[in-house]
Design a protein around this ligand. Sequence first.
Ligand SMILES: Cc1cc2nc3c(=O)[nH]c(=O)nc-3n(C[C@H](O)[C@H](O)[C@H](O)COP(=O)(O)OP(=O)(O)OC[C@H]3O[C@@H](n4cnc5c(N)ncnc54)[C@H](O)[C@@H]3O)c2cc1C
Length: 461
Amino acid sequence: MDTSWGIAVIGSGPAGFYVTGELFRQQSWEIKVDMFDRLPTPFGLVRGGVAPDHQKIKSVTKIYNRIAENPNFRFFGNVEFGSDLYQSDLLKHYDAVIYSVGSSSDRALGIPGEDLEGSHSATEFVGWYNGHPDFREYKFDLSVKNAFVIGMGNVALDVARILAKSPEELAATDITDYALEALRKSQIENIWLVGRRGPLQAAFTPVEVREFLELNDADVMLEGGSLELDEESQKILETEASKDTKKNIEILTQISLKKLSRKKKRVHFLFLASPLEISGDGKVEKISMVLNQLVKQDDGSLRPQATENKIEEDAGLIFRSIGYLGKPLADLPFDQKSGTIPNESGQVKDPENGNSLRNREYVAGWIKRGPSGVIGTNKQDAVETVHRMLETFLAEKMEAGQNVVLPDIVSLLESRKVDYVSFADWKLLDAHETEAGEAQGRPRLKLTSNTEMLKIIHQKR
Ligand SMILES: Cc1cc2nc3c(=O)[nH]c(=O)nc-3n(C[C@H](O)[C@H](O)[C@H](O)COP(=O)(O)OP(=O)(O)OC[C@H]3O[C@@H](n4cnc5c(N)ncnc54)[C@H](O)[C@@H]3O)c2cc1C
């Protein structure tokens, strides 16, 4: 093979690894991948999002480790696009760039009182218990009795479950020590999950909701008693509902029938309610909500519509979990509404420039399609991006037959004094964390500050 192309991948989450894997599968040309991440640790939300009590899901990193073993792969952790490296640098050093930076911001509720102390985003809480360096200093007042999680997706359920589990159930996981300690002292008795739509429209998956039937320390109940679907939802359930939706309804029925057994905590599922206002004297004390009904739209879909009925509950903590949003990247177009980089099948396009397509820039994962789907969804998505890239840019380059040797990025990083971390460095840190965990019968003890991580890496190198 006499042609070889250099591709920069920005972000080392599932999308970054799946595009890399797909690039390495190409037989017609040799492709070299340099992957960058702003953190010293790879794997994005698999490390910093997936719940600590879902270790099996994290074993997907075995696939990523195999991809990283390819001799044409290099990892540069602790290198941030937008402060250590810019688009112009990447275009000078690589044939093409794939941005797979995920969606690290979240949607606001847009209601009064949202900024009161005690009102947080799920992103902050998840990042905190998972040891994401950006969130380690956050404080959550777990001495209150009532916590509300607004949203009914899997992330909302993760947050509710972590609040509901006993310290013993969490102690065998890789939850951070400081979070375990704080949760050990938690006084929370009621955890509410609030969804604006009905049970049939809930975004969670059966595996996630089933876990609420088996918590050591928490009862679970459906607010309103028995599970009743409106006529239209019932019709959908009987005709076009997916297997997962049917399973969800079965599990929610079990929840509604389950006897309460006076456990320490209680999880309340409240469907068809939307928060109106959060109030309190300097901090969260109450939440008022309006009850909704589902109304059939012209296109046949069911949408929640507010009724006259309102409720108010005591609340000490509120977590909003109504969706993640991407953040704009320097020198790249951005769609504020969807929080994504505009693209056509993964090829970046400039809406402000007549939707012209950028020939050397591509996107994959959540920043491409928005925050939906499970880890595996990013694989197909990555394949689409890589194929688009091969069909357009690389095919053109191949035909032109030019293979200009581009300067190596290492000298640029060194000239900018960037303390970058290689994949071998990460392996040292990984071994350090897992050894520390083994001693306590836990999968790993995470380091949570970049400084600590870099210190260990420098010591072990
Ligand atoms: C709380 C939570 C729990 C989840 N649990 C599950 C689950 O149990 N099972 C499941 O299948 N899916 C789960 N998901 C979904 C899954 O995590 C996502 O589908 C997947 O991580 C998206 O991959 P990504 O690569 O697009 O983004 P990410 O995983 O977010 O990766 C993006 C990477 O880019 C890096 N980055 C960001 N900005 C920059 C920059 N400027 N410069 C350099 N690097 C940058 C980040 O540090 C990160 O490593 C969960 C999601 C969340 C939020």
